[in-house]
Design a protein around this ligand. Structure first.
Ligand SMILES: CC(C)(COP(=O)(O)OP(=O)(O)OC[C@H]1O[C@@H](n2cnc3c(N)ncnc32)[C@H](O)[C@@H]1OP(=O)(O)O)[C@@H](O)C(=O)NCCC(=O)NCCS
Length: 329
């Protein structure tokens, strides 16, 4: 797949997912197109892992692959309805898995809709195990009083914004964050997500620093990040809540206070951009993070099923680590 194919991929995506959308919204509902920026941001981190399937010179299916260092996942993937059931999806899946194996990805997985049995069956037959639900949670806006208290918080000096940092600070942050996320899962690295979403103006990354783990010269070390998407994947979704693409904390700084500080900074940032709230994704194996979110008033809105290719590791570490993300493009 090249950058020139993205309009075609947008058409394929709309046709492939159209029946699912009409099943949800009624038979005349038209699925909004993925934005060009979204498709570009899906392809650019791993262009060699994104494929078009062709039959007689005509594009009939597509797949995107994504590597977050030691975590590799694939999606979205789609095949034109009248070409489904003929092996095209399997070929796309295999091409993506081959790429992810070659890229040294340790975990290879995806997220799919548990309410579509054919998809779950499709992935099971290709060697993916049904792992754990990924829960999407949301909490509608904070009260004015709550907001005021946050602005006054002295802890805000520990927060930085990617868009406002200089090149030296950005490079240092990425090194420090890679080290922090590598302690959650060896090799886990969100750098590409930070860089590509910033380049397309799709997200802001907030960085939490900690003086206790000083980087030197009184500068706090980066111990957490929150990548906050401000634009939806599809056209016409400007009124939707902002989505958290990833939020992770250094395991030695994982306590309720720092988790909440970073999350509230993400919420405040989303609100400052006119968003009605923040959507958060957390895999159910992250029991502690999930219980914190529920305790802070987040509510479960929907769920996806995380599936992991057998033999490529179990999934990110569980327990008390904070690593909120979604493996769905
Ligand atoms: C999911 C999708 C990509 C699959 O592509 P496809 O070209 O139809 O799939 P293939 O023909 O290559 O393979 C289908 C396989 O799934 C299996 N399968 C289908 N339904 C199944 C079910 N309910 N239970 C078990 N296996 C099932 C088939 O038996 C076949 O495997 P086999 O050849 O080993 O027997 C395609 O249907 C699609 O685009 N769907 C709409 C978009 C979408 O939902 N994308 C995925 C989002 S996560």
């Amino acid at each position: 797949m090249t950058g020139d194919d993205l309009d075609e991929v947008g058409r394929l995506d709309r046709a492939a997912f159209g029946p699912w959308w009409r099943g949800l919204r009624g038979r005349f509902a038209a699925l909004p197109r993925r934005t060009h920026k979204n498709l570009a941001a899906c392809r650019e981190p791993d262009p060699d892992g994104c494929f078009l399937a062709e039959e007689r010179g005509r594009a009939v299916g597509y797949v995107f692959s994504r590597t977050w260092g030691g975590v590799g996942w694939l999606g979205p993937v789609g095949v034109l309805p009248r070409f489904q059931g003929r092996g095209v999806g399997k070929a796309l899946l295999q091409a993506s898995v081959d790429y992810l194996r070659g890229a040294g990805a340790r975990v290879i997985g995806l997220e799919t809709m548990p309410r579509v049995p054919a998809n779950v069956g499709f992935y099971l037959r290709q060697g993916f195990g049904a792992d754990m639900p990924t829960l999407h949670l949301a909490r509608q806006g904070a009260s004015d009083g709550e907001r005021g208290r946050r602005v006054a918080s002295a802890a805000s000096s520990r927060l930085g914004r990617w868009s406002q940092a200089d090149a030296v600070t950005r490079a240092r942050w990425l090194d420090e964050l890679r080290e922090a996320t590598g302690l959650i899962l060896p090799g886990l690295d969100y750098s590409q997500e930070v860089l590509v979403t910033a380049q397309h103006g799709l997200a802001e990354t907030l960085v939490l620093t900690a003086a206790g783990l000083a980087a030197g010269r009184g500068v706090g070390r980066a111990v957490g990040l929150a990548v906050v998407a401000l634009e939806g994947a599809r056209e016409g979704t400007g009124d939707a809540p902002a989505a958290l693409i990833a939020l992770a904390l250094h395991p030695r700084c994982t306590d309720a206070a720092d988790f909440r500080l970073l999350l509230e900074a993400a919420e405040d940032f989303a609100r400052s951009q006119g968003k009605p709230g923040l959507g958060v994704s957390v895999n159910a194996r992250h029991v502690w993070a999930l219980s914190q979110l529920l305790g802070w008033g987040y509510q479960v809105e929907r769920l996806m099923l995380r599936m992991v290719l057998e033999g490529t590791d179990a999934a990110p570490a569980s327990g008390e680590c904070v690593d909120l993300s979604r493996w769905a493009g």
